[in-house]
Design a protein around this ligand. Structure first.
Ligand code: NAD
Length: 466
């Protein structure tokens, strides 16, 4: 099948290369000329494990092409995917300007039967908006009553196909999906989805779920809202654990082994971030507001997440007696999670801004995200000079007053504590991902704080229990 994918970011690019990998002819479109130039040179503009290999292989076989012009891509395509950004608007609602712009362009260009698939995460009703936008353009080109007008409507069908890939494992998630959610208005659209996705679900075609447009759109938000809820629930509970001497990781194991609860997304930490959870929670709350429906649980989820970021920042602040002036803080990890260079809404942005505003000097290391973080830092209104970056993790520690672990990249998991002890000015570790064994760190003379586990003094008291 010939497929067009509009938007070559984390979702569009992965969608494009994976469809090409199973043999479809794919053209990826993006308005960002520098991105397209890089992709034409087989250089991925984002970091995603496995992406560069797939990109090279499929571009080499000419199943994968890149252009800045939708007009070059659309002719002969069976389907066009809209995978552009839907950032958070000022009032928390989803900003649909990019989706609408693509729909308008499709309406101006479409010249044959086409399935328009909305893959971006969009509020309920957006597919209807896309269909109406395309129809309006078609009506301009084929006014009612004119020759050809009878053929206009059947040309274009709009469908929903939200994406559930996770950055860091995006290729694997797309190639081996646990489910493919589609929203359609007719059997023909469902048949096109089955043909398109057949190579990904050969062992179990029932993984392709077909439902109404509005249910499909809501499913994506419900999934992210549920996952964000689990994280906020555990973060909130971790704060109580700190006060009453319980260990949130033991509690997690205790509840996660119940199959009704499950093990995933129960990790306490510095709060959820990334390009999806924060904005999708706000967008769902906005949809609720527009419909006079109060989502009290979700409101609390969002509020708890904001509190959590500041709660962990304040741990550092209070350890130094509320004065960070003259303190050098080493940061390990800037990305919102390992395996990606995406720093959108990363807790690091809030936490590091707070530390800097409290007077700290911040030196940061991340295996891949320093560049993207540098841009986001300035966009967030901070000064370039207020942070420095190092290429090697241990370099950040030289003369620092504390190490803060913010992203659990594999390379930080088993560090040399003797080397760290030798480099730090004061042996202080804030482990915001609960990665390190607090007993041995306490024994090695570190002041160690983490999230939702008893603090370092209580750790010593409870050391026998670990
Ligand atoms: N990143 C994720 O992990 C993820 C996962 C699931 C769903 N989503 C959703 O997928 C959508 C895309 O997210 P992303 O992270 O890939 O965004 P992104 O910002 O990485 O990529 C969007 C791309 O669209 C391009 N674009 C904007 N307007 C365009 C136009 N008119 N024509 C062609 N290209 C245009 C931009 O230049 C950019 O390259 C969002 O709705 C997001 O919520 C993201």
């Amino acid at each position: 099948m010939k497929l067009t994918v509009v938007g070559s970011g984390y979702v569009g690019l992965v969608t494009g290369v994976c469809f090409a990998e199973v043999g479809h002819d794919v053209i990826c479109v993006d308005t960002d000329a520098s991105k397209i130039a890089m992709l034409r040179d087989n250089v991925p503009p984002i970091y995603e494990p496995g992406l560069d290999e797939l990109l090279k292989r499929n571009a080499g076989h000419e199943r994968l092409q890149f252009t800045t012009k939708l007009s070059e891509a659309l002719t002969g395509s069976s389907a066009v995917f809209i995978a552009v950004g839907t950032p958070e608007g000022e009032d928390g609602s989803s900003d649909l300007r990019y989706v609408k712009a693509v729909a308008t362009e499709i309406g101006k260009l479409v010249d044959g039967p086409l399935l328009v698939v909305v893959k971006s995460t969009v509020p309920v009703g957006t597919c209807d908006m896309v269909a109406a936008t395309i129809d309006a353009e078609l009506l301009k080109r084929f006014p009612a009553g004119s020759h050809g007008s009878a053929n206009v409507k059947p040309w274009v069908r709009v469908a929903s196909n939200p994406e559930f890939l996770k950055e860091g494992t995006a290729i694997e998630d797309f190639m081996k999906p646990d489910r493919i959610v589609t929203g359609v208005t007719d059997h023909e659209s469902a048949a096109i989805f089955h043909e398109m996705y057949a190579p990904f679900i050969q062992d179990d075609p029932s993984r392709l779920q077909v439902m109404e447009l509005r249910s499909s759109e809501m499913t994506k938000y419900a999934a992210n809202a549920m996952l964000a809820t689990r994280i906020s629930f555990m973060n909130e509970l971790s704060r109580l654990c700190e006060l009453v001497g319980s260990n949130i990781d033991d509690v997690r194991r205790g509840i996660g082994s119940d199959p009704r609860i499950g093990k995933k997304f129960l990790y306490a930490g510095p709060g959820y971030g990334g390009s999806c959870f924060p904005k999708d929670v706000e967008a769902l709350l906005s949809t609720a507001r527009q419909n006079d429906c109060e989502l009290t649980v979700l409101k609390a989820v969002s509020h708890t997440n904001k509190l959590q970021k500041m709660h962990v920042a304040r741990k550092i602040h209070s350890h130094f007696g509320g004065d960070l002036k003259g303190r050098k803080i080493a940061i390990w990890g800037l990305a919102f999670k390992p395996g990606t260079d995406d720093v959108r809404e990363a807790p690091a942005l809030t936490i590091l801004s707070a530390l800097v505003n409290w007077g700290a000097e911040v030196v940061a290391h991340d295996p891949v995200a320093s560049k993207t973080f540098g841009r986001a830092w300035v966009q967030a209104g901070m000064k370039e000079s207020q942070i420095s970056y190092v290429d090697e993790a241990y370099e950040a520690l030289d003369g620092a007053d504390a190490l803060v672990l913010l992203t659990e990249w594999p390379e930080y998991k088993r560090p040399s504590w003797s080397r760290i002890r030798g480099l730090l000015r004061t042996p202080v570790v804030f482990d915001l991902r609960n990665q390190y064994p607090f007993k041995s760190l306490a024994e090695a003379g570190f002041h160690y704080e983490c999230v939702g586990r008893p603090d370092s003094q209580s750790n010593s008291r409870n050391a026998g229990a670990k």
